[in-house]
Design a protein around this ligand. Structure first.
Ligand code: 13P
Length: 244
């Protein structure tokens, strides 16, 4: 079974109820035919977005199922309001909140136990790339962040080079291909159905470069930030993935 193609949007800390009009536009103007579509809005919008019939995800969850953790959200709570996925270990969480690989793995276990698909993010900094450490960094993050219970059904991996996020800079196709080949190889070696895990690329994916990105071997979709906020931008990215 080949990995399913997935166009995922990460709205980050953007959007209010008024932004849901973009989902109406997306569903009306760009019906997805050849790929899955997921939007991960701020937690405040999950319930209303899921009610529109589009796959919806959180952007983080706590590793515990409940308890005294002010400001945090449990995986089961995301599930309760209609989420099917949750992004975990995004570089902004790793940087802003000091999340470690072990914490990301623990959160992923919680997501799986709640019945959510974990979208686990990995990616090197510019300094690590310049030092020639990219493949070692990605291998270590995969080993540490992806829990033993991961399957192709409950886990998606997103390669997001930190220096490409929100910068308009993207790696070359060869650089993306090199990392995705490594991820495919490592996941295939570790998990029974690791070869079927969907591997996304993220970092300045736009309508203008999407087709090129989706032509790269072992790229099964994208995790899109800024360009997922507007149907006029995300729609063409979905179309490019459907056609890939
Ligand atoms: P941009 O598409 O805005 O670069 O963000 C990528 C990202 O971080 C998605 O999770």
């Amino acid at each position: 079974m080949a990995p399913r193609k997935l166009a995922a949007g990460n709205w980050k800390m953007n959007g209010t109820l008024a932004s849901l009009a973009e989902i109406d536009r997306l569903l009306a103007d760009h019906p997805a035919s050849g790929c899955d579509v997921l939007i991960c809005p701020p937690a405040t919008l999950i319930q209303a977005m899921a009610a529109k019939g589009i796959a919806t995800g959180g952007q983080d969850c706590h590793a515990k199922a409940s308890g005294a953790h002010t400001g945090d959200i449990a995986a089961q709570q995301l599930k309760d309001v209609g989420a099917s996925h949750v992004i975990l270990g995004h570089s902004e969480r790793r940087t802003d909140h000091g999340e470690t690989d072990a914490q990301v793995a623990a959160k992923s276990v919680a997501a799986h136990e709640a019945g959510l698909v974990a979208v686990i993010c990995v990616g090197e900094t510019e300094a690590q790339r310049d030092a020639g450490e990219t493949l070692d960094v990605i291998a270590a993050q995969l080993a540490g962040s992806v829990p033993d219970g991961a399957t192709a059904a409950n886990t998606v991996i997103a390669y997001e080079p930190v220096w490409a996020i929100g910068t308009g800079r993207t790696p070359t196709s060869d650089q993306i291909a090199e990392v995705h080949a490594l991820m495919h190889e490592r996941l295939s070696a570790r998990f029974a159905d690791g070869a079927d895990m969907a591997l996304l690329y993220g970092g300045s994916v736009k309508p203008g470069n999407a087709a090129e990105v989706f032509a790269i071997p072992h790229v099964n979709g994208a995790l899109v930030g800024g360009a997922s906020l507007k149907a006029a931008d995300f729609g063409p990215i979905i179309a490019a993935l459907s056609a890939a």
